[in-house]
Design a binder for this molecule. Structure first.
Ligand code: SF4
Length: 378
């Protein structure tokens, strides 16, 4: 099953219990977003791929299947480059992926073959760019386009291609080989089926132990050795290695919601725990997760979200209720995983992160198993 499509002949507005109160809260919330440097400036200018140069500069961009923390051609696949090329070709450097969004972080990238890839997110530009040592935006767009076409997650595919390059199936940096391999998914060839099976499967089949995945899901665009808060999230979130489930890049790199040294272990478990709880709550509201930057930094942010919820549904939630909601969601997800056979042993990163240094900071992932087991101590 790839998708369920609901073709509704007419649309309707969601019912709002108190429209005036909701409108006032939504207006206040839009201002909170626009006043924030990430939500109001960085994302609207270059989309999520504004992160490419920032994460590269921070030395935590996984390069050549997580061997290095910097890529010398990062600028070639960055948000700034994307904006330049997309605009020159008649595409859009930014646009709203749904009506009403004030951040407008999406993009429309016309490809040389006349087709359009929309959008190219940072994590996608990373997994097909630095991760494979490919410094070419048109290749990134083509790989992204094929993933969209066949219904595969770009991060998982990028990690799988990295494992296949590690195995010598194709060389790192070979754009044409990567595109040709990915085209085999739709053809149902043995290699196409390997790619569709994800990074963990590919590692087992080719005898590769350097597989960046947790619970079978590919690790995304921030190396856990020099963005350790994200490492805690990758290891412990019930979702698999999902950066969005507890995006510690905020305090680790962007100085949003506080500052926690990304290369040190101190404070990372608490940071990841708080973010995972907040994220579960924000996700359940239906808001785009990118509001979180402003919500974390502005003390009025979360109360305004609660005000919108109360106005929409005619209820009386408090901020504490929303936090309890987030905790409860995580407990339910963990119960689901337990029933599916997952144990504490699945809340771990691959071993190579603990024994190999990552240049340029030369750090390892040194948060212990016991410390990881403290994430869900609520
Ligand atoms: S809804 Fe979210 S993903 Fe879509 S354009 Fe707005 S900020 Fe970007």
């Amino acid at each position: 099953l790839k998708a369920i499509v609901i073709d509704c002949p007419k649309t309707f507005d969601a019912p709002v219990a108190d429209p005036e109160r909701f409108k006032a809260a939504a207006k206040k919330f839009a201002k909170i977003l626009l006043d924030h440097p990430v939500c109001g400036q960085g994302l609207p200018a270059y989309g999520t791929n504004v992160l490419m140069n920032i994460i590269n500069e921070a030395g935590t961009i996984p390069t050549r299947n997580f061997r290095f923390g910097r890529f010398d051609k990062a600028a070639e696949v960055s948000g700034e480059k994307l904006a330049e090329v997309a605009t020159a070709r008649g595409g859009k450097a930014t646009h709203a992926c749904h009506p009403g969004c004030v951040m407008r972080c999406s993009n429309v990238y016309p490809m040389p073959n006349g087709k359009v890839c929309a959008p190219i997110e940072y994590e996608t530009a990373w997994c097909f760019g630095p991760n494979l040592e490919i410094g070419d935006l048109d290749t990134v767009a083509m790989l992204n386009y094929i993933c969209n076409d066949v219904g595969l997650d770009t991060i998982d595919v990028g990690c799988t291609l990295g494992v296949l390059m590690e195995a010598g199936v194709m060389p790192f940096g070979d754009s044409q080989a990567a595109i040709a391999a990915l085209e085999e998914v739709a053809q149902g060839t043995p290699l196409g089926r390997v790619i569709g099976g994800g990074p963990t499967n590919a590692g087992k089949l080719y005898g590769v132990t350097r597989v960046p995945a947790v619970k079978g899901q590919g690790i995304p665009a921030y190396d856990p050795r020099s963005c350790k808060g994200n490492g805690v999230t990758y290891a412990t979130t019930p979702m698999g290695a999902d950066h969005t489930a507890g995006y510690a890049v905020t305090a680790n790199i962007l100085n949003v919601g506080g500052t926690v040294d990304p290369t040190k272990k101190e404070g990372q478990v608490e940071l990841s725990r708080n973010l995972q709880v907040a994220t579960a709550a924000v996700d359940s509201t239906g808001l785009c997760l990118f509001v979180a930057f402003a919500v974390l930094d502005n003390p009025e942010g979360l109360p305004t979200v609660v005000e919108m919820l109360n106005a929409q549904y005619g209820i009386n939630l408090t901020v504490d209720d929303v936090i309890a909601l987030g905790q409860n969601i995580l407990k339910v997800e963990r119960e689901f995983n337990k029933a599916a056979g997952f144990t504490k042993a699945d809340d771990r990163l691959p071993e190579f992160f603990q024994i190999e240094d990552l240049p340029p900071h030369h750090t390892k992932f040194d948060i212990t198993d016991d410390e990881l087991d403290e994430v869900f101590n609520f």
